[in-house]
Design a protein around this ligand. Structure first.
Ligand code: GDP
Ligand code: MG
Length: 207
């Protein structure tokens, strides 16, 4: 069992220059505005109000950092989660969208501490060009010690038939629901195994 034992908000930064020193391995959560980034961080840490979730898209323009501690057996595993501003919010002015896009790509490409990119897409609209472009961008900048995890959110909104179709189209991707808890353990496991090695869990517990 992977257990979240501690999770706290560290700080917010408007850009990479104001970001805190990189003292821990970082897990960057990115996706379209309203895809469910904050809700997923709350589910992964078991702390409902940790990252501010909102029904109004396009609100967060800050990069938010959270320090999280997981425990497996007697061992502790510290990580830093980074909640990034959402992209693709149509109601924002073009100039603002471009400015946020630049800020985001700069952070993703230059923040050395990032070891995992968690790329979120809405399970109901999983083939949007902007998400495809983001995926290609991540693949271009990815270093050898970095991992891209493709995650589809809001799985609870899919019918069984749609879920099966999504799994066929993206057999490697993880399907999660922050509200129902589906896929949360599997995502914790994928993140920690990349950061700390595939043998952190007892054999009997691996997927
Ligand atoms: N049904 C369902 N709704 C979700 C899920 N995750 C997030 N939401 C809702 O989607 C909206 C945006 O979520 P939020 O986490 O703020 O997205 P963010 O903008 O990417 O940080 C909120 O109204 C959430 O309640 C999920 O797994 N299932
Ligand atoms: Mg958010």
């Amino acid at each position: 069992m992977i257990q979240p034992v501690q999770a706290k908000f560290l700080t917010s930064a408007p850009s990479i220059r104001q970001a805190p020193p990189a003292s821990l391995s970082e897990v960057a959560f990115l996706g379209r505005s309203n895809v469910g980034k904050s809700s997923l961080i709350n589910a992964l840490t078991g702390r409902k109000g940790l990252a501010k979730s909102s029904a109004t898209p396009g609100k967060t323009s800050l990069i938010n950092f959270f320090d999280v501690l997981y425990r497996i057996g007697e061992e502790g595993y510290p990580v830093r989660f980074v909640d990034l501003p959402g992209y693709g919010y149509a109601k924002r002015s073009k100039r603002l969208q471009e400015e946020w896009g630049r800020k985001l790509t700069e952070f993703l490409a230059k923040r050395d501490a990032i070891r995992v990119f968690v790329h979120l897409r809405d399970a109901r609209h999983f083939d949007l060009p902007i998400d495809q472009q983001t995926k290609e961008f991540l693949e271009q900048i990815k270093r050898g010690d970095q991992l891209i995890l493709e995650v589809f959110t809001k799985a609870d909104k899919l019918k069984q038939r749609e879920r099966a179709a999504l799994r066929r189209a993206y057999p490697e991707a993880l399907l999660v629901s922050a509200t129902k808890g589906q896929g949360i353990d599997a995502l914790r496991q994928a993140i920690l195994e990349h950061l700390f090695g595939a043998n952190i869990l007892p054999q009997s517990e691996t997927r």
